[in-house]
Design a protein around this ligand. Structure first.
Ligand SMILES: [Zn+2]
Length: 56
């Protein structure tokens, strides 16, 4: 650990590459029952209602 945690430059300067990302990435995390977005990629469970979230 040298304290070099930051990405060089302002992330907003980098728009077009990783900024924004693919909507499909987080759409898979949205619970169809309650609409809550899971904290991690499926397969996982909805933290709100416990419904299993499966990869598309
Ligand atoms: Zn849910």
């Amino acid at each position: 650990m040298t304290g070099e945690d930051r990405v060089p430059g302002d992330p907003r300067d980098d728009a077009g590459d990783e900024a924004g990302g693919d909507p499909a990435c987080w759409l898979a995390r949205v619970c169809p029952d309650c609409g809550r977005v899971a904290d991690r990629d499926p397969p996982t469970r909805c933290a709100g209602c416990g419904r299993p979230l499966l990869p598309a």
